[in-house]
Design a protein around this ligand. Sequence first.
Ligand SMILES: Cc1cc2nc3c(=O)[nH]c(=O)nc-3n(C[C@H](O)[C@H](O)[C@H](O)COP(=O)(O)OP(=O)(O)OC[C@H]3O[C@@H](n4cnc5c(N)ncnc54)[C@H](O)[C@@H]3O)c2cc1C
Length: 290
Amino acid sequence: MKPPPFEYHDPDSLEEALELLTRYGEEAKLLAGGQSLMPLLNFRLSRPAALVDLNRIASLAYVREVNGRLSLGAMTRQRAIEFSPLVRERLPLLAEATTLVGHLPIRTRGTIGGSLAHADPAAEYPAIATALDAELVVRGPRGERVLRPEEFFVSYLTTALAPEEILVEVRLPAAPPGSGWAFEEFSRRHGDFAIVGIAVQLVADGENCRVARLAAAGVGPTPIRLRAAEEILEREGLVEQSIEAAAARAAELVEPDSDIHASADYRRHLTRVLTRRAIRRAAKRSQEAR
Ligand SMILES: Cc1cc2nc3c(=O)[nH]c(=O)nc-3n(C[C@H](O)[C@H](O)[C@H](O)COP(=O)(O)OP(=O)(O)OC[C@H]3O[C@@H](n4cnc5c(N)ncnc54)[C@H](O)[C@@H]3O)c2cc1C
């Protein structure tokens, strides 16, 4: 299939891109890595009058540490994140999860901003943003606003971005010293979207759990923060009984649908199994880090 005709613009500054979005409004689509947008165009599920290509805006691609947070420009390629020494050292959960995003050619083009803005609830980055309470920095004609994941992700493939806005940066807290982490997912084949994915980052002190951050992907219209499961771990520690209780609670918190890949019941079952597995792996890493 070929896409329907569209005007093509490749601005070399953010200001120019914002002007184009203001000019075209809902008729424009931003092009980042194209790994989700191009299939939608080719199947004619999206028919924008104009494409605004962000690939010449070099200032949107970076990974920096600022005041204990990693700031990633929206156009940072997934492959650059996978191999960033800063990400590996300061936020290994993000590096580990990136290896699960599609296949190598997809990660070479795909961007973190494109993945977040596309808002597929089965994707890894939205789940990490949700678990770690990311700040999503958005620029529009009237300036900048910073959204939390619960505000940003509205529903399946839907965000709070207005048509004339661009996601420019995501800020994630660096992992506290002594952190353990794990991204566990089940998919039909390596590189496929997860049927269920679980992101965990925690700080253990022996059996004590000082901080627990958990979110689930693929089990509802948006990624789901598993706060009640976090509370069990923080209250009752990292013993077998509380890990089991947190995993069971996680399965109650999700809102999966049935589809051709898996029934809602199977997704709940996977949530329990993968949460248990991810907590155990994260706890072991945290204990080894001390
Ligand atoms: C075979 C295959 C397997 C895949 N497997 C996975 C997987 O396992 N896990 C996973 O997470 N992803 C997977 N993906 C998707 C991949 O990660 C995409 O790269 C990602 O979803 C979109 O990123 P992109 O940079 O390619 O964005 P694009 O496709 O260019 O854009 C996606 C959407 O976001 C909008 N957009 C892009 N950038 C911005 C911005 N800065 N501000 C506002 N809106 C913006 C676009 O207008 C478009 O609507 C897969 C893709 C393919 C083709």
